[in-house]
Design a protein around this ligand. Sequence first.
Ligand SMILES: Nc1nc2c(ncn2[C@@H]2O[C@H](COP(=O)(O)OP(=O)(O)OP(=O)(O)O)[C@@H](O)[C@H]2O)c(=O)[nH]1
Ligand SMILES: [Zn+2]
Length: 194
Amino acid sequence: MAVSFIESSKLPTPWGVFDIHGFEDTENSKEHVVLTLGDIGDSEPVLARVHSECLTGDALFSMRCDCGSQLRAALEAIATEGRGALFYLRQEGRGIGLMNKIRAYKLQDAGADTVEANEQLGFGADMRDYSLLTVMCEHLKINKVRLMTNNPRKVKAFTDQGVDVVERLPLQTGQNPHNAKYLATKSGKLGHLF
Ligand SMILES: Nc1nc2c(ncn2[C@@H]2O[C@H](COP(=O)(O)OP(=O)(O)OP(=O)(O)O)[C@@H](O)[C@H]2O)c(=O)[nH]1
Ligand SMILES: [Zn+2]
């Protein structure tokens, strides 16, 4: 992991004018961004969301998951508070990449759940690495967060980097008939809290 800060600029959105901060991992050429709003470097807990890239859900309106809805809800919550940070990490498919996620979807169409599909492809259930948060939090001077997630691994990811998670806020939105099994597997096999 060799993550470094590249540049920041303004990013107007339907919910407000955020700042976008770009980071690059030169080890794997992955580019990540953090969207921030307000003064987050004042050492008060920051309303935060760590969002893992999901091209299908975030940009293509897929109903197989809840990602697009969670992304919108997180940005809305940050805008309502007027202060916060959304870490958009390029960990597509829980770290296996887009093509492998499509392979996994194909196996799910034939009956596998999300964990079984990953395993049939030779991957672990969740291959995400959160260590890049260290550089991002140091750069943005974030040392305490109120974290919007249902995933206890993300809470641990921050505490492992020395960032205090003062509160976990559930982020439950976007349920529909197409993602019922996916959400059930998250709570049954992956430890998500619903
Ligand atoms: N391998 C695989 N990845 C998936 C699948 N469906 C969604 N994803 C990816 O899962 C990631 C989102 O993670 P989730 O496990 O849904 O949720 P989370 O981020 O752990 O937890 P929350 O913070 O509560 O949303 C994104 O990178 C998606 O691309 C799937 O069926 N298989
Ligand atoms: Zn998704």
